[in-house]
Design a protein around this ligand. Sequence first.
Ligand SMILES: Cc1cc2nc3c(=O)[nH]c(=O)nc-3n(C[C@H](O)[C@H](O)[C@H](O)COP(=O)(O)O)c2cc1C
Length: 207
Amino acid sequence: MHYCNAEERSKYIYLSITTHLMGNYTKDILEILAKLPEGASVLHISEQLKLNRNSTARYLDIMEHEGIVRSRVIGPTRLYTLRDGLSKSAELTLYKRAMDQASCGITIADANTHDMPIIYVNEAFLHLTGYTREEVLGKNCRFLQGEKTEHSARKAIREALRKKESTTVVITNYTKNGTRFKNELRLAPVTDENGNVTHYIGIQTKL
Ligand SMILES: Cc1cc2nc3c(=O)[nH]c(=O)nc-3n(C[C@H](O)[C@H](O)[C@H](O)COP(=O)(O)O)c2cc1C
């Protein structure tokens, strides 16, 4: 996907996150709808995805809730279209709100600044870890680690980051007050139109 400015980039990051949270169907649905400005029914989309209707409807529900698609009922059919017509800033506010409503932690790190500082965290991350946004932004995420953190998991993360790959690890982390928890951490690179990694997305789920 191409983008040319900060807003487009934020949108791309958001879409990448949505894809990681919800699986590749999100991306496929976006691609199907992009080709059908007049709209598509659940049946049509489910046939294209080769996915059953109930699951397709659930994906569309979530995407509608998050403001990515909208639907209208025409006769007996509900037609889904990509949402547009929002001003760019309203759109970004919407994305941010959607990320804050996610139940797992979401972090974004700047891949091109020394030690990959965090530039964004959602509300769930703050809730999970007990830190405030001010305490977290600008730091590398390893502050969550401690005595019992597995060296193997850290090494796997380091390797993935070095190779600019995605990875999922389960790693022992600590909240601000020292409570230990198992964190299923999903990491994925975000690339620009030239394939350069600009950011890393982290999704934290407490097991
Ligand atoms: C976006 C992002 C999110 C991360 N989230 C976590 C996390 O929640 N918990 C954790 O232990 N490490 C997390 N890390 C990994 C550490 O920041 C660091 O990369 C890892 O400890 C390996 O590097 P090191 O051996 O230099 O510490 C995250 C990394 C990135 C890029």
